[in-house]
Design a protein around this ligand. Structure first.
Ligand SMILES: Cc1cc2nc3c(=O)[nH]c(=O)nc-3n(C[C@H](O)[C@H](O)[C@H](O)COP(=O)(O)OP(=O)(O)OC[C@H]3O[C@@H](n4cnc5c(N)ncnc54)[C@H](O)[C@@H]3O)c2cc1C
Length: 442
């Protein structure tokens, strides 16, 4: 679409002036070949991958790119995360969660009946033999995560946001450390990962910023990369998409309708239409897909973060494992992040985990004062079988899904975007797409 976009249909946003299209623009040029709904890391990466093959893509969101869950995560590109988080099999852990004794998980009691079905299925898929098979599939995608990010990091000139020093899990008890040391070595051997298991001397050398006298040991995953502002990385990818001739429109994806030509959606400046549409809306996909007859088994694990002005000597993102707090040095300050919270959709924030996280982190390093007036709240889009849903909608031609990336969507966005783009274009997929097919839930 090479036409100049008239001034009156341009938006100003954090990205500067963003060209959008009207129905007339699309029809006149006849070149909007795909609508991508959702401009988080998954949608933006999908748009880039389609564009790289010459497709004209319209990316739609209700706000600027990278402002939702992709904004507030820990910024880890988790090359090592070949084993997705399973439902705990250990009853002591289940009891700890049930009685609210740990900080990994928090729940609103009144919301739990709605979670019972998905959590039972999640538990079923977490049975060891099933979980091992799921991990092998998951690994096939996550193994591509760095390579696929590199492509867009380099093309968008975002290298200064990225560090290649891995991330650390630190343990306060010998029992937890010894179990993690064994587990990490086994995982590293099975999947060809690089890991350092650090005792006291290793920790002092590498984690000198922390009160290592309170720690018994640490596991340093060396293959992961980290990003100092994940929302800005998504913006850079979106800018690259626009610079290469892509189009971004504001609008409500719930307006998606089937037409004789394919799919149409209302934008702020008219209706945009294309032969195919990708739903990359994270947990909000259900708003679009339920009316079309899809009941995907997605549930949300909420999570919080807040920035602090202390802890500047910490250079490597570190998880205080037993206290469920991730300490991530970021461009806005030290970002403290929490584990999972189960709550009804739209329920007000209850950042009790963040209060406990701040207390625990302060034991290890002086975190200083909060920078943000309020904690940030995000929604991890999780599936019952822990794998994202990538592929053709089972009941509709020209409709595609790329969603449900759970705890590792920031890691997986570009790898998933490529896998879906290849399927849309009918190209040989670079990895087997079958484990991620939406049809597995049909
Ligand atoms: C506390 C926390 C820490 C995390 N840490 C990590 C990490 O270190 N590494 C990692 O890999 N992952 C991490 N994650 C997970 C990761 O952030 C998510 O999996 C990922 O951001 C999901 O990306 P997405 O593009 O699917 O969704 P989103 O980024 O949420 O994007 C969805 C988009 O859809 C848009 N949208 C929704 N509804 C509509 C509508 N009706 N109309 C138009 N647009 C709409 C939204 O505005 C949004 O832009 C973390 C998550 C949390 C909560």
């Amino acid at each position: 679409m090479n036409k100049r976009v008239p001034q009156e249909i341009e938006h100003t946003s954090v990205l500067g002036v963003i060209p959008t299209v009207t129905l007339n623009d699309v029809k006149a040029s006849g070149d909007a070949q795909c609508l991508v709904l959702g401009a988080g890391i998954v949608g933006v990466s999908t748009a880039l991958a389609l564009q790289a093959h010459g497709l004209q893509v319209l990316l739609l969101d209700r706000q600027s790119p990278g402002k939702e869950t992709s904004f507030g995560n820990a910024g880890l590109i988790q090359r090592e995360a070949v084993v997705p988080y399973a439902f705990p099999r250990n009853w002591a852990k289940v009891m700890e969660v049930a009685f609210g004794n740990g900080n990994d998980v928090h729940y609103h009691l009144g919301a739990m009946p709605a979670f019972a079905g998905p959590l039972l299925r999640y538990r079923w898929y977490s049975e060891p033999a099933r979980h091992a098979a799921i991990s092998r599939s998951y690994a096939s995608l996550i193994e591509q995560s760095i390579t696929e990010h590199v492509r867009w990091i380099e093309a968008s000139g975002a290298s200064e946001l990225v560090k290649k020093e891995g991330w650390v899990q630190a343990f306060r008890s010998s029992k937890a450390f010894e179990a993690a040391a064994l587990d990490s070595k086994a995982r590293a051997a099975e999947y060809g990962l690089n890991v350092d298991v650090l005792g006291r001397d290793g920790m002092n050398a590498r984690l000198g910023a922390l009160r290592t006298d309170l720690l018994q040991g640490a596991v340093h995953w060396l293959d992961a990369w980290t990003v100092s502002d994940p929302g800005v990385l998504v913006e850079r990818y979106a800018k690259l998409f626009l610079a290469n001739g892509g189009h971004l429109a504001f609008g409500d994806a719930n307006s998606l309708r089937r037409t004789s030509q394919g799919w149409a959606v209302k934008t702020d400046h008219g209706i945009a239409e294309a032969p195919s549409a990708v739903v990359a809306l994270g947990p909000w996909a259900t708003g679009v897909l339920s009316p079309l007859g899809y009941k995907l088994p997605i549930f949300v694990k909420r999570g919080y973060h807040r920035h602090y002005d202390g802890g500047t000597s910490l250079k490597i993102p570190t998880l205080d494992a037993e206290h469920g707090v991730m300490m991530a040095p970021m461009s806005r300050g030290l970002r403290l992040l929490t584990g999972a919270e189960f709550a009804a959709a739209g329920a007000p924030p209850t950042p009790v985990q963040l209060v406990a996280a701040e207390r625990a982190a302060n034991e290890l390093i002086d975190v200083g004062n909060p920078v943000d007036p309020q904690p940030w709240l995000g929604s991890r889009p999780c599936t019952v079988d822990m794998k994202p849903i990538i592929g053709a909608a089972p009941k509709h031609d020209g409709l595609w899904f790329n969603l449900g990336h759970g705890h590792q969507g920031f890691t997986l966005g570009p790898a998933s975007g490529r896998l879906l783009a290849e399927q849309i274009l009918g190209l040989p997929p670079y990895i087997d797409p079958a484990p991620f097919s939406p049809a597995r839930f049909a």
